[in-house]
Design a protein around this ligand. Structure first.
Ligand code: FES
Ligand SMILES: [Fe+2]
Length: 340
């Protein structure tokens, strides 16, 4: 899939953006992220207009970012604020700046046409801001695969029984009478499986054990370009425990992406030992997904003309590809700012 630029993407976690600038490629643009002394996050093209030094190698100086090479300073809006060796600041002394906002403990960037950013809201995630939920587990993986491969993975729950057999998997025989339900609502695609009167997955039991059989709900909701919420619910007649894993996938290049995950839960919210265990357990699961996506990418590169084959269980993935194709076509018709 080609990169869609007119969307909000997660660039980094709020904790990653310290007093040091951060150089990171987003949607094929090298970008210098920095937090000014007053605490505001900014993003500039990582290219000093003087002699092309990466601005991310510089340092924050008050409300500006100062280039490491000859000390030119730039505001968060990309205007040059100081040239050490001269008084006059020429009009060319500026650098492209990108719309940025910070929410849910994440720094978001709009790599496309800035004029379209203002009317475009961030994905809605009310549980990520609810104080009675725990949000300790935040992960980031750099993945050498096209971003859409990870979106496919998260919409395709039939792999859980196999790829994640030892952790969050379930008995593959259950797939024989697969209760999979797929819904498409506008640009949102939902895949859901409800297993009634079943046993808990090994990992879920370790996090919160039920006395007997449970109803297990797995629901993935995808919205373009690749934001996926996975709800994992275990319930019986007396209680309902929910874990929501929010996955935000940011293209780095055509063949690589940044994969961010925030896990929220409504049970044992003050249990920090459980947070550490959840982090380790879910990290192991996500690494299995990273491994398979990178392996698929290697095969995609080796066999670019071989078309993937869709199965009945791939209805949601196919629907998401249709939406992406429409958005790609739409974006191809829009004028895009160039890198500089
Ligand atoms: S290259 Fe940045 S100030 Fe010279
Ligand atoms: Fe997976």
């Amino acid at each position: 899939m080609t990169i869609l630029k007119n969307h909000w993407y997660v660039a980094c976690t709020s904790n990653e953006l310290t007093a040091q600038p951060l150089g990171r490629m987003v949607c094929d643009d090298p970008i210098a992220f920095f937090r000014t002394q007053s605490g505001k996050a900014h993003a500039l093209l990582d290219l000093c207009p003087h002699r092309k030094a990466p601005l991310s190698m510089g340092r924050v100086d008050g409300e500006s970012l100062r280039c490491v090479y000859h000390g030119m300073a730039f505001s968060g809006q990309g205007q040059c604020t100081h040239i050490p060796s001269q008084d006059i600041i020429p009009p060319r002394a500026c650098v492209r700046s990108y719309p940025v906002q910070e929410r849910f403990g994440l720094v978001w960037i709009w790599p496309g046409d800035p004029a379209l950013a203002h009317g475009s809201p961030l994905p809605e995630r009310p549980w990520m801001e609810q104080p009675d939920w725990n949000h300790d587990v935040v992960q980031h993986f750099a993945v050498k695969a096209n971003y859409a491969l990870m979106g496919d993975n998260l919409l395709d729950l039939s792999h859980v029984a196999f790829l994640h057999a030892s952790s969050i998997g379930f008995n593959p025989n259950l797939l024989e009478q697969d209760p999979l339900q797929t819904h498409v609502d506008g640009d949102a695609v939902t895949n859901e499986r409800v297993f009634v009167n079943t046993t808990q997955a090994p990992a879920h039991r370790a996090w919160h054990e039920f006395a007997g059989p449970v109803t297990r709900v797995q629901r993935s909701t995808w919205t373009p370009p690749a934001n996926v919420t996975v709800l994992v619910r275990n319930e019986d007649d007396t209680q309902q425990v929910d874990m929501r894993a929010d996955h935000f996938i940011t293209p780095e290049t055509e063949d690589s992406h940044h994969y961010f995950i925030v896990v929220s839960r409504n049970f044992k919210v003050d249990d920090q030992a459980l947070s550490r265990q959840l982090d380790a357990d879910t990290r192991a699961v996500h690494l299995e997904d990273v491994d398979i996506a990178e392996a698929q990418q290697r095969m995609n590169t080796r066999f670019p003309d071989v078309r993937a084959m869709a199965l009945k269980a791939d209805k949601a993935v196919t629907a998401s590809h249709r939406i992406l194709a429409r958005l790609e076509e739409q974006e191809a018709g829009q004028a895009m700012p160039t890198g500089t």
